[in-house]
Design a protein around this ligand. Structure first.
Ligand code: NDP
Length: 605
């Protein structure tokens, strides 16, 4: 209930200046236009003959080493921020014997692979980049370029001595639990058979590039690569652009997600001709990147990065804060709802009313973004095609001050594929949409990544727990974990990721809280000289129930969204598997669990 002394929120149609029902109908129609019956089946994995699309362009192909048969206390699989944070937090907790295992030739994860032209963090780097104060680094840009973030990942590796004993160029292929020894045997593609008391799997949730299964794609005779394996030998230039070898080339980009938004301005600038094949437009908000003000950097006091990061997380997950410290596109959209609802009455509103007002705020935001397209794009038909018709968080929002303007260039053409389910066919030298052949020399696949659970759900990493049981068998009716981090039947094994845990647009923050928790549990196990860390069947069942009880509202939202990887290509699972009360509540729950005797639930034997 809004308390009587406050003015009513401006929600009547005449005050709003738009018709909510008309927008709802348009969103439904645009969604239905894009739903494909094959859902996630439309994509192809980069395995077998397609494996070449996942090859590491930065590794020395000649690098060899002898297989390892030794023993370590903790093996961490994955050298992206999840793995690095786990390593760092374990070191802080006093664990010395750590081996990092990483498929790439260095640390960095996402930022190792994604070095495409224009690559930048789309979250403010002061809240995105972890361990800034520990490393003593203030990012040079508000939204850092990928190379700065990659170098920061390496600095974390050095600072916490994680290069020592690391295995790079090594893909863990299988884990087998040895009950007699209470340890895991880790098999890798280098022939290793090492043993580890504990294993932490953090091999990424969006790390395997996926390719569109467009008929004829294998017949293309020109050049083709995925954005996460950018071929600078072919394009020239570097992550800052200057793709001079494309000056005489006709280039196609398939996809218009967060990656394409950063690439397209460079390709438009440097290619002879650029065709952007779009199925669903992204929302594109103002970026306003700028160099860090040195006076501001000097004014920062200890604890600043945690305060800022917590403040951001609260706001973008629907919470209220006294002051918006980040104050950028992400937080401004989050604050929209608060502008509609007087702060002190928000908590008293019934859930349906909050939902209704949330939808109105969303309409307002998306109207603003659609108007921005009209402001920036000259050709009315192109502008119309570039407008996103769905709710703000149906797809990852994007930010750019150059993407939309690129379509005003005479050498750049937008090809709208929405009515054809995407690019229909590929020939030896062209992409085909609606009967028109677009001849090109090069195709850049900005088609995204498979959604996996650190390789466990995708089957990339075979795990045989107690009695040889696999995750596929144990989880045949859905994931079963405690806090998303460990599962009964798989002692001393931790898996990082959003499943049955928290999620946020600033995912590295989530990973850090997971790493802090895992390190605390492992340190406690060490202190108690426990042989096993494993949740009981009851603790796990209670957590699965909690997750399912809180998850329903997300399903409704996702079912109404335009298809994409956020909603399983328009076929959202009945239940979302992330904690429904949001990350702030989840982190508080973990802190309480640690403080109030939770360890007894998992540290056994
Ligand atoms: P996405 O999955 O977001 O986008 C893939 C694109 O390919 C979509 O536009 C999709 O269209 C399109 N597509 C797929 N198949 C076809 C087809 N057959 N024909 C035409 N179009 C097709 O991948 P991205 O790499 O852009 O982004 C993935 C994620 O990576 C982001 O959501 C974000 O989480 C992260 N990211 C983060 C950045 C950061 O700075 N932190 C920067 C870049 C990415 P449709 O939408 O219709 O399916």
């Amino acid at each position: 209930m809004v308390t009587p002394h406050q003015p009513p929120a401006p929600t009547a149609q005449d005050q709003l200046g738009f018709d909510p029902e008309a927008l709802r109908a348009r969103y439904r129609a645009e969604r239905d236009r894009r739903i494909r019956p094959d859902g996630t089946g439309q994509y192809r994995r980069v395995t077998g003959e397609l494996e070449t699309y996942a090859r590491d362009p930065y590794a020395d192909p000649e690098s060899t080493r002898k297989p390892l048969y030794d023993r370590v206390e903790v093996a961490v699989i994955g050298g992206g921020f999840g793995g690095l944070l786990t390593g760092a937090r374990l070191r802080q907790a006093g664990v010395q014997d750590i081996r990092m295992i990483e498929q790439a030739a260095d640390f960095g994860g996402t930022w190792y692979w994604n070095r495409y032209p224009g690559v930048h963090c789309d979250i403010e780097s002061y809240v995105y980049m972890p361990l800034l104060e520990e490393i003593g680094h203030v990012p040079a840009w508000r939204y850092a370029p990928g190379e700065e973030i990659r170098q920061h990942a390496r600095a974390i590796g050095r600072h916490f001595d994680l290069y020592r004993d690391a295995c790079f160029g090594t893909r863990a292929t299988e884990l087998r639990w040895d009950e007699g020894e209470s340890e895991w045997i880790v098999f890798t593609d280098r022939g290793d058979r090492m043993r580890a008391r504990h294993v932490v799997v953090s091999s990424g949730t969006l790390s395997l590039p996926k390719l569109p299964g467009i008929p004829g794609i294998e017949t293309f005779k020109g050049h083709m690569f995925h954005t996460s394996r950018w071929d600078y030998a072919y394009t020239g230039g570097d992550a800052d652009g200057g793709l001079h070898k494309l000056a005489d080339k006709r280039v196609a980009v398939i996809g218009t997600g967060a990656t394409a938004i950063q690439i397209v301005p460079h390709l438009g600038h440097d290619a002879r001709e650029l065709y952007v094949f779009q199925r669903t437009p992204s929302s594109v908000d103002v970026r306003a990147n700028r160099r860090t003000d040195p006076t501001w950097a000097q004014s920062l006091t200890p604890g600043w990065s945690r305060r800022r990061r917590d403040n951001f997380l609260s706001l973008v997950s629907g919470g209220q804060v006294e002051r918006d410290l980040v104050n950028d596109g992400w937080t401004a959209s989050a604050r929209l709802l608060q502008n509609l609802v007087p702060t002190d009455s928000y908590a008293h509103l019934p859930a349906e009313e909050r939902e209704r007002l949330g939808e109105l705020a969303d309409f307002q935001k998306m109207n603003e973004l659609r108007a921005r397209v009209d402001d920036l794009v000259d050709d009315p038909a192109t502008a119309e095609a570039l407008k996103p018709w769905y709710r703000y968080m149906c797809k990852r929002p994007t930010f750019s001050d150059t993407y939309l303007q690129t379509f005003n260039r005479p050498n750049v053409t937008l090809v709208d594929t929405a009515d054809h389910g995407g690019v229909e066919r590929v020939t030896e030298n062209a992409l085909v949409v609606g009967g028109t052949e677009y001849e090109v020399d090069c195709v850049v696949l900005a088609t995204g990544f498979e959604v996996g659970v650190s390789g466990i759900l995708s089957g990339e990493l075979q795990v045989h727990g107690r009695d040889g049981v696999t995750f596929a068998e144990r989880w045949k009716d859905g994931p079963r974990t405690l806090h998303g981090l460990y599962s009964h039947g798989f002692p001393n094994l931790f898996h990082l990721g959003p499943v049955q845990n928290a999620a946020s647009v600033n995912f590295v923050h989530i990973l850090d809280e997971q790493a802090i928790h895992v390190a605390a549990v492992l340190a406690e196990a060490h202190k108690r000289q426990a042989r096993h860390v494993e949740p009981s069947v009851d603790a796990e069942a209670a957590w699965v129930t909690t997750i399912h009880e809180k998850a329903h509202s997300l399903h409704k939202f996702q079912a109404e969204c335009t298809p994409g990887y956020y909603n399983n290509e328009g076929m959202p699972r009945q239940r979302s598997e992330t904690f429904g009360d949001g990350p702030v509540a989840f982190h508080e729950l973990l802190r309480r669990w640690r403080a109030e005797g939770g360890m007894d639930e998992v540290v056994v034997g």
